[in-house]
Design a protein. Structure first.
Length: 315
């Protein structure tokens, strides 16, 4: 028996999907989206590796790591540079959404907005894990977990990024705000960072890379593509929409332009044929009549004269 037939049907299907990943794939993420995710991922890792040692500076492992990176000042410089890049990545993403929606008039990003169906899917998934449902909920383009990850970034940037800016420019901030803002920002910054790292390390990493139906990882955010079989299982509603036959698009035929013909000159009115004949033939007929009249008057007179002479001679 082959290796795939010895596995659970779900695992076997994904094993075949990974083998044929490049054969029949569907584009899920475009280049801009993959770049934004890479910047967010890389800066998040850099911030975690340089921020947690400062948060738990009393630990020996933290002190060793700070020394390995070149000391506290080097660690702070790396941490601040990564934070600035992450904030710029957020600006990049907001600008991307503006162009996508406002200029290109493409509204796919609105599918990331949570709906009441997401709440139903979350309870459905819990029931599935408890064995109360035979199948997982059917997701569209984004599941409720993907939507939560997306909006959690906005919350994290507002809280962690805002408090980080306060700590970076502490002296300037205290000119405007009371000094108690600095220790408050430090507490908020550290605690929210621990929450973010915990969520990414446990929930996001499991669902995107370590789950049995995903392992070793979901390649879509790195390659931009997902196999048809994988797409059909992870996002069945959108897959059905993508492969469904679409009615032919009616092409509007241009209206025919009116044909402009050059204006013909108006014909001059012609006199009736009888008038033409009368005008042309009448003079000729008059001449002929006059000639006939002249000849007819001379010939009878001469004939009479000749006849009378003959009769006279015979008499």
């Amino acid at each position: 028996m082959s290796a795939s037939t010895q596995l659970h049907p779900r695992t076997a299907m994904h094993a075949r999907s990974r083998e044929n990943e490049g054969e029949e794939a569907i584009v899920r993420f475009e280049t801009h989206q993959r770049i934004q995710h890479f910047l967010m991922m890389s800066t998040f890792i850099a911030l975690a590796l340089t921020g947690l040692p400062q948060r738990f500076s009393e630990l020996g492992a933290s002190q060793w790591w700070v020394s390995a990176l070149g000391g506290l000042e080097s660690v702070r410089t790396i941490h601040r540079a990564a934070g600035v890049i992450m904030l710029l990545d957020c600006v990049y993403h907001v600008g991307y959404l503006f162009v996508r929606i406002g200029v290109q008039r493409r509204f796919g990003a609105f599918q990331m907005i949570p709906t009441p169906r997401d709440v139903k899917d979350a309870f459905h998934m819990v029931r599935f894990f408890l064995g109360l449902e035979s199948e997982k909920p059917r997701f569209g383009r984004f599941s409720y977990l993907e939507k939560f990850d997306y909006w959690a970034v906005f919350w994290g940037i507002a809280v962690i990024g805002g408090s980080g800016v306060v700590l970076m420019f502490a002296v300037a901030v205290t000119v405007v705000l009371p000094g108690q803002v600095i220790p408050l920002a430090m507490t908020v910054h550290g605690d929210e960072a621990i929450l973010a790292v915990g969520w990414i390390a446990v929930v996001h990493m499991f669902n995107a890379h370590l789950a049995p139906w995903v392992f070793p990882f979901n390649p879509a955010i790195f390659t931009g593509k997902l196999s048809r079989e994988r797409y059909a299982e992870d996002h069945p509603l959108e897959f059905e929409h993508l492969v469904a036959p679409r009615p032919p698009v009616a092409v509007r035929q241009p209206e025919p332009r009116p044909v402009v013909t050059p204006r013909q000159p108006e014909p001059r009115p012609q006199p009736p044929v009888a008038e033409l004949l009368t005008e042309t033939v009448r003079p000729a007929m008059a001449d002929v009549s006059e000639v006939l009249t002249r000849h007819s008057g001379e010939r009878p007179a001469a004939a009479n004269a000749t006849g009378m002479g003959v009769l006279t001679d015979e008499t």
